[in-house]
Design a protein around this ligand. Structure first.
Ligand SMILES: NC(=O)c1ccc[n+]([C@@H]2O[C@H](COP(=O)([O-])OP(=O)(O)OC[C@H]3O[C@@H](n4cnc5c(N)ncnc54)[C@H](OP(=O)(O)O)[C@@H]3O)[C@@H](O)[C@H]2O)c1
Length: 253
């Protein structure tokens, strides 16, 4: 069976463009998300072989079932991309929305990374790209508190696993993709609009896939965002939080 990549959240935005990029690089792609028609449209559009799997990754069963369906299909690249945000004050956002966000952005990434990483280590090959966010590199994000926290988890987990893999000499690599604003359906789902300009999902996907195969740990697409991320490391935590809060206010529709 051809080299295969599994992409979660392939029905839209960054995931769809990563699927296109990997397909162009000759991978057979497995496209996973909830919206079947969107996935089928994409599959029809791709030149390489593909498979569509409809799944809800906000449930543990959904994640484990996805792994069971593809575990014998020679998956060598896992893209944990499915995720969403929600804007609003912590005391006002519905708990259900936030728990579903934690299930999708954190628990699903954790489960799929664990299941595939075991196989990748056993086979001594494989790549995992966890789509985090520049939000995950920051001290926090007032008005998107839970979202920022989910992405900080993904960045932290990825960094720790990268070092574990290095220390055992495994031929397995893991990266975190940390974009700033990207033009996708993210804002419609999160109920916000960007205060600053966004890069395209194509640009983000291209840099993400290139960075993964170059074995970079943290991939920040776009020059502007790289500079902003470096600056935020130098500023005191309180200043970063206040600035982030002001930026988030501008995103409120
Ligand atoms: N856009 C940005 O500015 C930005 C910046 C940094 C990081 N990110 C991250 O990039 C990733 C992709 O987001 P995007 O910007 O491309 O947004 P998007 O266009 O809204 O795409 C989100 C994808 O996630 C899938 N998804 C959501 N919940 C799911 C669930 N329960 N089960 C399975 N799939 C689910 C959606 O598919 P279905 O609805 O069909 O299930 C969709 O394919 C997210 O992790 C996001 O946090 C985005």
């Amino acid at each position: 069976m051809a080299r295969t990549a599994l992409i979660t959240g392939a029905s839209s935005g960054i995931g769809r463009e990563i699927a296109r990029e990997l397909s162009e690089r000759g991978f057979r792609v497995i496209l996973a998300a909830r919206r079947k028609e969107r996935l089928e449209e994409l599959a029809d559009d791709l030149d390489s072989e593909s498979r569509v799997i409809v799944c809800d990754l906000s449930t543990r069963e959904g994640c484990i079932d996805l792994y069971e369906q593809v575990k014998d299909e020679n998956v060598t690249v896992l893209i944990n991309n499915a995720g969403f945000g929600a804007i609003g004050r912590f005391d006002e956002l519905p708990l259900d929305t936030e728990l579903r966000m934690i299930d999708t952005n954190v628990t699903a990434v954790h489960i799929l990374t664990k299941l595939f990483l075991k196989d990748f280590i056993a086979a001594d090959r494989g790549y995992i790209l966890n789509v985090a966010s520049s939000a995950g590199l920051m001290a926090g994000g007032p008005l998107m508190a839970a979202y920022y926290a989910t992405k900080a988890y993904v960045v932290s987990l990825t960094g720790s696993l990268s070092e574990e893999l290095r220390s055992i000499g495994a031929n397995v690599h893991i990266s975190a993709l940390c974009p700033g604003p990207v033009d996708t359906e993210f804002n419609d789902v999160a109920g916000c609009e960007f205060g600053v300009s966004a890069i395209s999902a194509e640009e983000c996907a291209k840099e993400g896939v290139e960075g993964l195969f170059r074995r970079k740990l943290i991939i920040i697409p776009g020059k502007g965002m790289k500079a902003a991320a470096s600056l935020s490391k130098l500023a005191p935590r309180e200043v970063v939080l206040r600035t982030a809060g002001e930026m988030q206010k501008q995103k409120l529709k």
